[in-house]
Design a protein around this ligand. Structure first.
Ligand code: PLP
Length: 399
């Protein structure tokens, strides 16, 4: 979006969700209107929906580097993750294994199924020696490993995992076990045809890259065994029953196409804005540090993510005050029911010895972020921190 002068609000919570891209809105509109057919319908309107779905599926497949038949439409990232980790109903035999900083859509499923988690290093990257040890431990006890799920990029820190190296560890220590990656946060910024290629299952969610909410994809590459999670009408070649959200899939395809078209240039601009924001806040606020950045090196991060720790500040008060100043951000993962509590990601970093006292603040930029929004954040956040610290002895800064 073009610069429009002094911004009155700044959305720095794009990792939570993004504005619909105009391309997605335009592509969806006919399917919210005259072209409302059910693809299962045995008439012209139904056939029209099938054609639209097939065409969207082909475009999505070519943008993700898979075959059209590998694309399973879901209701979003959460369902795609649940499906991949469980393996469908009844749950896949074997112990599921995942990283300790996975989104709850993976982590909680692994826990429910009695699985194992693997630590991360101080930058938030999966500890691959730790993965090897967990795989050896499980297989050594005579039990199968069911799946290994490692996110391509973390939703709080922006840390990118090297999936090729992860898949190599799995090949050596648990050959034949499927690797799943939650690429929900990576999809707007990384070429999944390359970065997600080593995974046999890949989750994405449209609303993180300018598509509509409530629609996503689980890529299931051929040769990967997956039973359905939802049973019913047998849609999606029997892998996911339920009437397909045609408008949503068409919108997802259009948003993904626009994302891939703009990605190289947008990534450079976004990283420059993010760096200016991070450096500016570090210079203006004492006791503020970038949580997983050492010596200014951000090369292991998505270009849009900035995770900060701020000493001597209550996270809830900080979010409240900056929101009051027009800046939207988040502390823990926004999916944690709005509660501001220490996340599993920060806990996993704490286990490596990273200092995690104070308020965690996640600032995430998106496809429509402007320089003016960065300027506003550079004014509002230091002022909010100063106000909280000045009132440290009063009970409620919100009064
Ligand atoms: N995985 C990651 C890494 C996410 O960031 C999110 C959303 O915050 C999800 C999964 C869930 O996706 P959805 O909101 O489409 O269910």
């Amino acid at each position: 979006m073009a610069s429009t002068g002094r911004a009155v609000t700044a959305d720095l919570d794009h990792a939570a969700t993004t504005r619909l891209r105009p391309e997605a809105r335009a592509a969806m509109e006919p399917f919210l209107d005259d072209r409302y057919g059910n693809p299962s319908g045995a008439h012209a309107l139904g056939r029209d929906a099938v054609r639209a779905l097939d065409e969207a599926r082909e475009r999505i497949a070519s943008l993700l580097g898979c075959a059209p038949g590998d694309v399973v439409v879901t209701s979003g990232g959460t369902e795609a993750d649940n499906h991949a980790v469980t393996g469908g109903l009844p749950a896949r035999p074997g112990v599921p294994v995942c990283g300790a900083t996975e989104h709850h859509a993976v982590l909680d499923v692994v826990r429910v199924l009695g699985g194992r988690t693997v630590a991360v290093d101080a930058l938030g990257r999966l500890d691959r020696d730790g993965l090897a040890a967990v795989l050896d431990d499980v297989t050594g006890s005579g039990v199968e490993v069911g799946v290994v799920s490692v996110m391509l990029a973390n939703n709080e820190l922006g840390t990118i995992n090297d999936l090729r190296a992860v898949a190599d560890v799995v090949d050596r220590h648990a050959p034949g076990v499927p690797v799943h990656t939650d690429a929900v946060q990576a999809a707007p910024w990384l070429d999944l045809r390359v970065h997600a290629a080593p995974a046999s299952m890949v989750s994405i969610s449209a609303h993180k890259f300018g598509g509509p909410k409530g629609v996503g994809v689980l890529v299931v590459r051929s040769g990967t065994t997956l039973r359905p999670l939802l049973h019913g009408g047998g849609q999606e070649r029997n892998r996911r029953s339920g009437t397909v959200n045609v408008a949503g899939v068409v919108g997802l395809a259009a948003a993904l196409e626009a994302t891939v078209r703009d990605r190289d240039e947008l990534s450079i601009r976004t990283a420059a804005r993010r760096d200016r924001l991070a450096r500016g806040l570090s210079a203006r606020v004492d006791g503020l540090r970038e949580t997983v950045v050492v010596d200014g090196d951000r090369s292991h991060l998505l270009p849009n993510l900035c995770h900060l720790m701020i000493d001597g500040v209550d996270p809830e008060a900080l979010l409240f005050l900056i929101d009051d100043g027009g800046v939207r951000a988040s502390s823990a993962s926004s999916c944690a029911s709005g509660a501001v509590e220490r996340s599993q990601v920060v806990d996993a970093l704490a286990a490596t010895g990273v200092a995690v006292d104070g308020a965690a603040l996640r600032l995430s930029l998106g496809w429509d972020t402007t320089d003016d929004e960065i300027d506003l954040a550079l004014d509002v956040i230091p002022a909010a921190v100063a106000r909280i610290r000045a009132h440290a002895d009063t009970v409620d800064v919100r009064g």
